[in-house]
Design a protein around this ligand. Structure first.
Ligand SMILES: Cc1cc2nc3c(=O)[nH]c(=O)nc-3n(C[C@H](O)[C@H](O)[C@H](O)COP(=O)(O)O)c2cc1C
Length: 246
């Protein structure tokens, strides 16, 4: 196995960080990797906002529902959809941008943001740093927009904590790979049995790492997916001009 595959296959999210800063040289390399990542139509419809200021990170931790690791990790990167940037190009070409009002537009930007996130993760982990992605910045998106000075046609989609690992953690098991990989044709026939097995495996995992509050995979999803868990996304995205109605 080569080094890149080894790093990717040993991924685990880290929620305990040392106070040591991430050097400028490391951070520049991590961001340069994501800057080179592909985007749909070369739209470059993503911006990263790098937050190192401790007070700002503490505020983001609070806005994200009290996630202490955001305040603890020395670097927090927000990945924002940026249809403001593309709008300038479209206007320069004498056209009116409409794509940001469509499902296609939100989907494409979310894919591009996901590629940037994955690239940042591999780059940071390759330098021996720990990371944890943070979707909970969408809990209070308007406050995030105000805090970061994001203009119309932008939206803070996901964040990433980066720092030096304090307490490492055992990699979390995944559901059977046959529920993920389908050859030639989708096949869900093994899902129910695989979910039963995974629910047991994940309870064992919580026991191994001493987490008494851990729940099964299905129980955890049941708690979240029975509702729209970040209901502010739709109205705040609409106020930003990302209408998602076409
Ligand atoms: C888009 C995205 C958003 C996430 N949001 C959060 C979050 O807000 N807080 C958190 O502690 N972990 C968050 N995670 C981390 C997941 O909980 C974690 O990746 C998952 O449980 C699998 O564990 P592992 O990364 O250790 O393998 C997020 C992960 C992704 C990919």
């Amino acid at each position: 196995m080569n080094e890149t595959l080894r790093i990717q296959q040993s991924h685990r999210s880290i929620r305990s960080y040392k106070p040591d800063p991430v050097s400028d040289a490391m951070l520049d390399q991590i961001i340069a990797a994501a800057h080179r990542a592909p985007t749909s139509m070369n739209a470059q419809d993503i911006s990263l906002i790098v937050v190192r200021d401790a007070e700002k990170r503490a505020r983001i931790a609070e806005l994200s529902g009290g996630q202490a690791w955001i305040a603890q990790a020395p670097v927090f990167i927000v990945i924002a959809i940026d249809y403001h940037k593309t709008d300038l190009g479209v206007r320069k070409a004498g056209q009116a941008q409409i794509v940001h009002e469509s499902m296609e537009g939100f989907g494409v930007a979310a894919v591009d943001a996901g590629i940037a996130l994955g690239t940042l993760i591999t780059a940071a982990e390759s330098l021996g740093l720990g990371i944890v992605p943070i979707g909970s910045i969408r809990r209070n998106p308007q406050d995030m927009i105000d805090l970061l000075g994001l203009p119309p046609l932008t939206f803070p989609l996901v964040g990433l904590c980066i720092g030096h690992i304090k307490d490492d953690v055992l990699p979390k098991p995944r559901m059977d790979i046959n529920t993920f990989r389908h050859d030639e044709r989708y096949d869900a026939s093994g899902y129910a049995a695989a979910i039963d097995a995974y629910d047991m495996e994940i309870m064992d995992y919580w026991k191994q790492i001493g987490r008494s509050d851990g729940t099964t995979w299905s129980g955890n999803l049941g708690n979240f997916y029975k509702q729209v868990y970040f209901p502010q996304v739709k109205p705040v995205a609409a106020m930003q001009g990302l209408l998602n109605d076409k």
